[in-house]
Design a protein around this ligand. Structure first.
Ligand code: GAL
Length: 408
């Protein structure tokens, strides 16, 4: 089912590519328990795969010409990266490419080894979601020497001139959506300072360049309410570093929230909001609230990614929202971009006309220390218990009773 879905999406992408310049601008668009960590390197021959696919697609699937694509993913321990890896592999193979993919066990050393192996295997292009964006400079210098273009996937890679493009979502907007949800849920009004609400922030790791954008998007949006005393951070943790969670770890988020509850909310003080930057940390926060929060109120809890366990928590009222990012679309945009690069083009804003999903071409926001990296940013959107069907409508989730599960 998934392969057929990937095939259809890849063909849709190619058909829109074929219509490049004549089509209107892009239209709007509309996981599984973490698997055991492994440093998996899988290679398959697209020729075999494409020959086993629908005959009608064999013509479209020949565009890749069997060129070898190198994909380096950070880990299998966070649900979404398993999906990213699968969608990328399926969509590139559906277009006739060979794919070699590696998962780095959240180890920067392993990821450098993975990428060095991909370079040695002669990949034509590298697609990398960094464990830590500031640890790949030397290895990517080797890629540049070998003339291998690099696409930074989802997380910006820092301090290197080897990165040609960045494909991600509007990461600052993720934080804005979380903050706007809090404002709307509490009915906050800067002109009404008669009531105050207690809020805590749970951010991602300082090693993840995205995490700062998530945090800043949220904090910038809520700053006026904090300054007016309408939102109060009892813990006093107001900086990204103070709120950071190493490795996006659920257990670390659980322990940190237990400590915060014990220190600032055990005397009957009500906690009204926890603004967590992603679902894996929100999972730890929800566990802490269930086990260690003495209050009787429902705490507003945010997240990001649409992990299956968190979607269940949203159904059960243990989490209030998540910010969804369609990583199948992210893989599709990466495919179209890679195709253009491999065809010797230098994509710019015009590539947007080849996409079947909403995206922005950004040449201002993402400076990786070596200069601005031209970026294609997809659009995140808010999911609550009221629009879970919109996730099912993507075709990437399906109902299992009252709960959504990822389509395998
Ligand atoms: C971030 C990514 C988020 C989320 C997080 C880990 O870099 O942009 O979507 O996956 O890592 O959960």
């Amino acid at each position: 089912m998934k392969k057929l879905l990937a095939l259809l999406m890849a063909m849709a992408m190619m058909l829109s590519l074929a219509a490049c310049g004549s089509s209107s601008s892009s239209s709007s668009s509309s996981t599984e328990e973490s698997s055991t960590e492994s440093t998996a390197t899988e290679e398959s021959t697209a020729a075999e795969e494409s020959s086993s696919s629908e005959d009608s697609s064999s013509e479209e699937s020949s565009s890749g010409g069997g060129q070898l694509i190198g994909i380096s993913m950070p880990t299998k321990s966070l649900e979404r990266w398993n999906r990213d890896g699968e969608y990328l592999k399926e969509q590139f193979e559906a277009m006739g490419y060979e794919v070699e993919i590696a998962y780095a066990d959240n180890s920067t050393e392993q990821q450098n080894n993975d990428i060095a192996n991909l370079i040695a295997d002669g990949v034509e292009i590298l697609i990398i979601a960094a464990v830590d964006g500031d640890t790949l400079s030397q290895t990517l210098a080797d890629a540049a020497d070998a003339g291998i273009p690099v696409i930074a996937y989802d997380r910006l890679i820092m301090n290197t001139d080897a990165v040609a493009y960045y494909v991600s979502f509007d990461n600052y907007q993720v934080g804005v959506l979380q903050a706007e949800f809090v404002i709307e849920q509490l009915g906050l009004d800067l002109n009404d300072t008669s009531t105050s609400y207690n809020i805590e922030f749970v951010a991602g790791p300082t090693s993840d360049n995205n995490a700062g954008y998530f945090f800043n998007g949220a904090m910038d949006t809520l700053q006026d309410y904090i300054d007016a005393g309408i939102l109060v951070i009892q813990s006093g943790k107001t900086t990204f570093e103070q709120c950071a969670t190493e490795g996006w770890s659920t257990d670390t988020a659980l322990e940190n929230m237990q400590n915060t509850l014990a220190s600032y909310y055990s005397d009957g003080t009500q906690l009204d909001v926890v603004l967590a930057s992603n679902d894996s940390t929100a999972l730890g926060v929800a566990q802490a609230l269930s086990s260690d929060y003495a209050g009787s109120n429902d705490v507003i809890l945010t997240g990001q990614d649409g992990d299956v366990a968190n979607l269940a928590n949203i159904v059960d009222g243990l989490q209030t929202m998540t910010v969804y990012k369609n990583v199948s679309d992210e893989a599709g945009v990466t495919l179209v971009l890679a195709e253009a690069i491999l065809n010797g083009e230098s994509p710019d804003e015009g590539l947007l006309d080849s996409l079947s999903v909403d995206a922005a071409y950004d040449i201002e926001s993402y400076d990786n220390g070596n200069g601005i990296v031209p970026s294609y940013l997809l659009v995140p959107w808010t999911v609550t218990v009221d629009n879970l069907q919109d996730l099912a409508d993507t075709g990437l989730y399906e109902w299992d009773g009252d709960y959504l599960v990822a389509v395998e």
